[in-house]
Design a protein around this ligand. Sequence first.
Ligand SMILES: O=C(O)CCC(=O)C(=O)O
Ligand SMILES: [Fe+2]
Length: 346
Amino acid sequence: MADEPVLRVQTLVETGLSNVPSSYIQPPINRPNSSPNPPNSTNVPIIDLSNFDPNHLKHACIHWGAFQITNHGFPIRLLDEMRNLGMSFFEECTMEEKLKYGCDGKVAASEGYGSRMLVRDDSVLDWRDYFDHHTLPVSRRNPSKWPEFSTNYRGVVVEYSDQMNVLAMKLLGMISESLGLPTSSVEDAVGEVYQNITISYYPTCPQPKLTLGLQAHSDFGAITLLIQDDVGGLQVLKDGEWLTAHPVSDAIVVILADQVEIITNGQYKSAEHRAITNAHRARLSVATFHDPAKSKKIFPTEKLINKKNPARYKEVTYGDYVSAWYTKGPEGKRNVDALLLQQQDP
Ligand SMILES: O=C(O)CCC(=O)C(=O)O
Ligand SMILES: [Fe+2]
């Protein structure tokens, strides 16, 4: 089992190093491409919810597994508050204050301030520090584990959690309808929602061409709603090419995760994505994950299965899926691909 590195990435950067330690150097095949897509080229689809077209949503879910939503009704004030409070935690609190909320590095997905996603110790480290909050069901909320440097931090997290959950369920309803299913189908297949909010902080990196802020992965839950700042660094894999999801002011990035791929029998795909680093400005993102309960059994929805379209994925207990993800590592989409059933030739 890996021990949590003593140094957070931010502390490493503050030492003024000009070469990144070898434990953060990606093998050449995983390193970021030197010429990313420019801002006005292909971007992940943008869906304006005030002028909603279900076919547009369907196209984005089939071909990208990720899209950005605008005019989503989520209070912009709350997006800004969450981003600003997150930035203040990382940049204005002392390390001593931050370490009061240090997470348990030996436990996967433990709550608090950390720097390592996997419990395995043989993977290349991400150039990222983070703060994970356990927010839903309400019984998992323990605000004493959240920072209190600002009097409204804990209140903002609660309001953000509730509002994100409402939006996530609305999106699952739209996704169901876009497949011709009753509105509640995907939400019912997910069951009780377990929500985590992770603020990721990517310090500037002296050698961004050698590192990743976050290695390539698909999210293991059902649906992730992510906001970023204007720095940019999120990339989505599309037809074998890594494309930067350029920041769109006040937009929310929607990322389909593995359980939605299984529930929709692969009609909709989870998005493989990663974060790159840069040498000039630290970057912040806030990801809100919506996952099933560990005991929930996940399988393709019966209404999408027939003779012509047989089930393509094995049933899995969600908790087993998550354990495999943390012990084997994400390595792109290998965990969901491992559930694929052999298809008979017609
Ligand atoms: O920071 C980002 O843009 C990506 C974060 C992410 O993919 C995650 O936390 O799962
Ligand atoms: Fe992710």
